[in-house]
Design a protein. Structure first.
Length: 155
């Protein structure tokens, strides 16, 4: 967990000098950030596509390595981008969803030739949605804010 310090606030005016230490809040805020980063991943999982569970497991591992930093991973590559946005992508030369090694993928709508690939993806998980972070935020965001405020020392 990355440790960020809040430091001090220094106020210096013509009739007042104040040095306020925010150090006592460091641990509370760091624990709240770690909880939030971890909880976001947990709350996204029901809305993520899964066939074998590998995509979710790899994404969860990447997010766990970032927990506490204020960053997280909503979907790991190479398939994370097109799964997250729910759009089909194909090899830019062949039009195949199975790209050649090192090939660039483009959206189906940007492919100049003929392809049988779908423009919009369909997921086996009936609760899965494109942009699953946004879905999780919509459904759990208020609870995230409430818990973080409480854990960080706010009301």
């Amino acid at each position: 967990m990355a440790k960020k310090k809040l430091g001090n606030v220094n106020i210096n005016t013509s009739n007042m000098i104040a040095n306020i230490s925010l150090e006592r809040f460091d641990d509370q805020i760091q624990h709240a950030q770690f909880w939030l980063d971890s909880q976001i991943m947990t709350d996204m999982v029901p809305y993520m596509p899964h066939e074998t569970g590998t995509f979710i497991n790899v994404t969860r591992a990447k997010s766990a390595s970032l927990a506490g930093t204020g960053m997280m991973c909503a979907g790991t590559g190479p398939m994370g981008r097109f799964l997250y946005y729910g759009k089909g992508m194909v090899d830019e030369l062949t039009g195949s969803p199975w790209a050649r090694k090192g090939a660039k993928k483009v959206l189906v709508t940007e492919f100049a030739g003929h392809t049988n690939a779908k423009v919009d993806l369909s997921y086996q998980n009936p609760k899965a949605t494109p942009k699953w972070f946004e879905t999780a935020k919509k459904n759990h965001g208020k609870a995230w804010v409430t818990h973080v405020k409480k854990q960080a020392g706010g009301s």
